[in-house]
Design a protein around this ligand. Structure first.
Ligand code: ZN
Length: 132
């Protein structure tokens, strides 16, 4: 580190230093990540709406675009279309898979081994025989 950079870093706020370090870290990590492939971005509504709560991460571009969306009516139902880029679509799938494999399956395993019972309310699709 040059003396100029050291002086700048020493006088910067902790938040500015954190942001700069984060930017450097992200720049380095970005070199090795790959764009999501077709299989990772394919959205499957039957799985997307398995949980009683729908939440997802959205990038700034998607949030901006969806803010200008419209709501139409279909009888007494409101129709809200959501547009997501491939990164956000990939994230939606990754979130769902992570919860399934790192939470639902482990809770199921614990219940099968005599541990705590499964929470049937939070995962209706997984535990219900009426799923499909
Ligand atoms: Zn997006």
């Amino acid at each position: 580190m040059s003396s100029t950079v050291a002086v700048t870093a020493a006088s910067a706020s902790p938040l500015a230093i954190w942001r700069e370090n984060r930017k450097k870290y992200l720049s380095e990590k970005a070199k090795s990540v790959k764009w999501p492939v077709a299989d990772a971005i394919k959205l499957k509504p039957v799985f997307l709406f398995d949980e009683p709560v729908f939440s997802t991460h959205m990038c700034a571009d998607c949030r901006k675009e969806n803010r200008s969306g419209t709501v139409t009516m279909d009888g007494d139902k409101q129709v809200l279309k959501i547009k997501v880029c491939n990164i956000c679509a990939s994230m939606m799938n990754a979130q769902r898979r992570t919860k399934f494999f790192n939470y639902d399956v482990l809770c199921f395993k614990r219940s099968e081994e005599g541990g705590s019972s499964i929470d049937t309310d939070s995962t209706p699709g997984m535990w219900s025989s009426n799923k499909f």
